[in-house]
Design a protein around this ligand. Structure first.
Ligand SMILES: Cc1cc2nc3c(=O)[nH]c(=O)nc-3n(C[C@H](O)[C@H](O)[C@H](O)COP(=O)(O)OP(=O)(O)OC[C@H]3O[C@@H](n4cnc5c(N)ncnc54)[C@H](O)[C@@H]3O)c2cc1C
Length: 453
């Protein structure tokens, strides 16, 4: 019997880091998967776009070599191509001095000190952070030194788009003492979008489909309350598809909207709204015909107005800029990191920092300025504030950085939550049992569903 081409085992909404990892893993397990993405490219906030002759990332720039993205590659038997800067991959700028924190004494300090601190707090319980205590309040018990507090703000800004006032101290201790926490990272040649292309190939090689320029408008439901499919607007046309399980990478808030609030228990939609506090980052991409930095990978800053990190993409291996150009980005976390902020004023502060930290910046060309905030944030949830990945609807899950496992961050956390969701699907909806789930009859009147908009 020929299979209905619009009938899929799994539907994945959104081709961000979480959606890509989930779709590739499901496909590798034999689930015929449809991955639907609104944009004309994969990767979401970990992608790359062309601006003139330069390749600018949409968000993520570095990928952990030992994190969950690498584990996804390993599980799928794929090689992960990352460029590792040859010297001082991370420096900390203190005053005018760049200190190499990727190796040597300071590397040791960065890698080992949090573990020692965590060990001490385990041995001496009164030193432990209290539940819900912020980093600034906890560290404030030991030191009021402004430089220390400023450094913490910038490190938390660079790693989590947060600051020490809102970041939980227990998450901080756990992340820096036990997580891979970006100690080993690389930059994808050709930009971050390249990380997801081999995963996209797994989906299509295994019989799945990827629809770009396509938006899931609504989920549809079987009489027993399970998700049965979706209405998708694809290149201006409305289509219905059916599925047995669905994963949303669109963020928990949009997942509720796609299903309809009435599908969830009383209070659930409000809970999701209350818990949604996306964080922001502003990025300036700039280029110069003269070198503007001595570091080869990432720079963190001990004291700035706003800038928390800068990156150097000039290495020819990265293929990011035309020959003869040195290419960089600098990024800031606005005040406040979550919620409303004055975009113009915050951009101006970042530009002032760039002038100060990059002599010659005045002569550089600004290639693009990105404000990632609100619906297209730096992080859908600051680590520690995440919602659960399961939803009250049995065959509908969330993936992505709004539902990260506790005390994790970045693309690695999105890959990890995708792994956990796929494991759940394998256990609860094994492939051999899927055919026994009734496929609901096709929806005749697509326009009636779309009229819900
Ligand atoms: C400036 C910046 C720098 C960062 N740096 C790093 C870094 O160096 N390393 C790191 O690991 N992480 C970094 N991060 C974090 C990382 O980029 C994000 O955590 C991660 O990319 C989020 O992925 P996600 O799975 O949540 O999906 P998203 O990126 O949110 O993708 C979701 C996708 O779903 C699509 N979509 C939404 N609704 C629909 C719909 N209805 N139908 C179809 N498609 C839909 C969207 O178009 C989008 O493409 C950075 C983030 C920013 C902003």
């Amino acid at each position: 019997m020929q299979r209905d081409p619009s009938n899929f085992d799994a539907l994945v909404i959104g081709a961000g880091a979480g959606g890509m990892c989930a779709a590739a893993r499901l496909s590798a397990h034999g689930y015929r998967t449809l991955l639907v993405e609104s944009l004309d490219r994969i990767g979401g906030r970990a992608s790359t776009r062309k601006v003139g002759d330069f390749l600018c990332n949409t968000g993520a720039l570095i990928i952990e070599r030992d994190g969950a993205v690498a584990k996804t590659y390993e599980d799928l038997g794929l090689p992960l191509d990352l460029y590792v800067p040859p010297r001082a991959s991370t420096v900390l700028r203190v005053g005018k001095k760049d200190i190499n924190v990727s190796e040597g004494f300071f590397g040791w300090l960065r890698n080992v000190a949090p573990g020692i601190l965590s060990g001490i707090t385990k041995l001496i319980p009164p030193l432990r952070p209290k539940k819900g205590q912020s980093v600034s309040s906890w560290i404030g018990r030991f030191t009021r030194n402004e430089a220390v507090h400023h450094l913490l703000d910038n490190v938390l800004g660079a790693m989590f788009a947060a600051n020490a006032q809102i970041f939980f101290a227990d998450v901080f201790l756990h992340y820096f003492s036990t997580d891979t926490s970006f100690k080993k990272f690389g930059l994808p040649p050709g930009g971050t979008i390249e990380v997801w292309k081999p995963l996209a190939k797994v989906v299509t090689d295994k019989g799945g489909e990827i629809w770009l320029n396509s938006t899931v408008k609504h989920l549809t439901f079987a009489p027993d309350g399970r998700v049965s499919g979706a209405v998708v607007e694809s290149n201006g046309e409305l289509k219905t598809v059916s599925c047995k399980v669905a994963i949303s990478n669109a963020g928990p808030l949009q997942t509720v909207q796609l299903a309809g609030e009435g599908r969830f228990p009383d209070g659930y939609a409000q809970e999701v709204r209350n818990a949604t506090h996306p964080a922001a980052i502003i990025t300036v991409h700039f280029a110069s015909t003269q070198p503007l930095a001595n570091f080869s990978g990432l720079a963190l800053f001990s004291k700035t107005r706003r800038m928390v990190y800068a990156a150097n993409f000039s290495a020819p291996e990265l293929q990011r800029a035309p020959s003869g150009w040195y290419f960089y980005c600098g990024a800031s976390v606005p005040h406040p990191p979550c919620g409303e902020f004055n975009v113009e004023a915050e951009q101006a502060l970042l530009i002032e920092d760039l002038r100060e930290q990059f002599p010659g910046f005045e002569q550089a060309r600004i290639i693009a300025v990105d404000v990632t905030a609100h619906d297209w944030p730096a992080q859908r949830a600051v680590s520690g504030y995440d919602l659960p990945r399961n939803t009250p609807i049995g065959n509908l899950w969330n993936v992505g950085d709004g539902v990260k496992p506790w005390a994790q961050g970045g693309t690695a956390s999105c890959a990890e939550v995708a792994r956990l969701v796929v494991n759940d699907i394998l256990a609860r909806y094994p492939l051999h049992a899927l055919s026994k789930l009734n496929t609901p009859p096709p929806i005749d009147d697509v326009s009636a569903l779309a009229a819900k908009d």
